[in-house]
Design a protein. Structure first.
Length: 283
């Protein structure tokens, strides 16, 4: 039914307008239609005698008289754990704010996209169970994930749950060192002579998958027998969960062995030169 408009007539007397009964008939019809529409009833007289306790969802309401009931009726779950199938944010810099501990601050953590293709976590640190691996920025996501753990001196790289080794860094500032002593009493030339240089391919083991590439290097536990400080970890070691604990090379130990060997060679050359040099009176 169309809205019933009461004809007020000509001011100030109302001449020509609806009489009192006619005006109230129209008003009653308007109220009846409104009550019936909200109550989702047929548009006949006196179908609805009172308004429902809450505005039905079909009429633009929530169907609930409390926040929890409204959220549940709208399919969003309980008030403390709202459920969405998807969220789309559209603005120049869309964001989501978090208030840890019911903080009254603007936010304790904020996920924000300040530029296209970049999502920032502001106000706090960000962590994950693992970060998917892939080739470059445009490669497809792989099944493996990685994490990096700082162990008060080294950054250990994990793929899935396997420790691959430490990321090589060149920090050598004296301020991070203590108990410094000069290595003496060893033959660096003998060490170099005892290292076995091998060629090898990567096999299919745990997260490693060989591709036929041939590499040159050493075998960790063999090098460890020559210089215990050249390798970390133990041969065939496994973690409590059964994953292998991979031995890794300390490349700086090999470099300093080479430095020591060169110094020994230089000393030997100087000694030979001195022996072969003619006496001063024959020069």
């Amino acid at each position: 039914m169309a809205k019933q408009v009461i004809n007020l007539g000509t001011a100030p007397s109302g001449a020509g307008g609806d009489d009192r009964r006619g005006a109230w008939v129209k008003a009653r019809a308007n109220f009846t239609e409104l009550f019936n529409w909200i109550s989702n009833l047929a548009q006949t007289d006196d179908q609805a005698t009172s308004l429902p306790a809450s505005l039905p969802i079909a009429k633009g309401g929530t169907g609930g008289t409390s926040v929890a009931a409204a959220l549940n009726n709208l399919g969003l779950g309980a008030s403390s754990a709202v459920n969405f199938a998807a969220i789309e944010l559209s603005s120049s810099t869309p964001w989501i704010d978090f208030h840890a501990g019911s903080s009254g601050a603007d936010y304790t953590s904020r996920l924000i996209a300040r530029t296209a293709g970049t999502l920032l976590c502001e106000g706090s640190r960000f962590g994950a169970t693992g970060y998917l691996t892939r080739t470059g920025e445009s490669g497809a996501n792989q099944n493996n994930v990685f994490n990096i753990a700082w162990t008060s001196g080294a950054a250990d790289l994990y793929v899935d749950v396997t420790r691959i080794g430490s990321l090589q860094v060149t920090s050598s500032d004296y301020r991070i060192k203590k108990n410094i002593t000069t290595v003496e009493g060893v033959s660096f030339l003998d060490r170099i002579d005892r290292y076995r240089v091998v060629e090898y391919e990567i096999g299919d083991f745990d997260v490693w998958k060989g591709d036929g590439t041939v590499y040159q290097g050493v075998i960790a536990h063999e090098a460890q027998e020559v210089n215990p400080r050249s390798v970390s970890g133990e041969k065939d070691a496994v973690a409590q969960n059964g994953t292998p604990l991979i031995q890794q090379l300390n490349h700086m130990a090999f470099i300093t062995d080479l430095i020591g060997a060169v110094k020994e060679l230089r000393a030997e050359v100087a000694s030979l030169k001195a022996q072969l040099a003619p006496p001063p009176d024959q020069a």
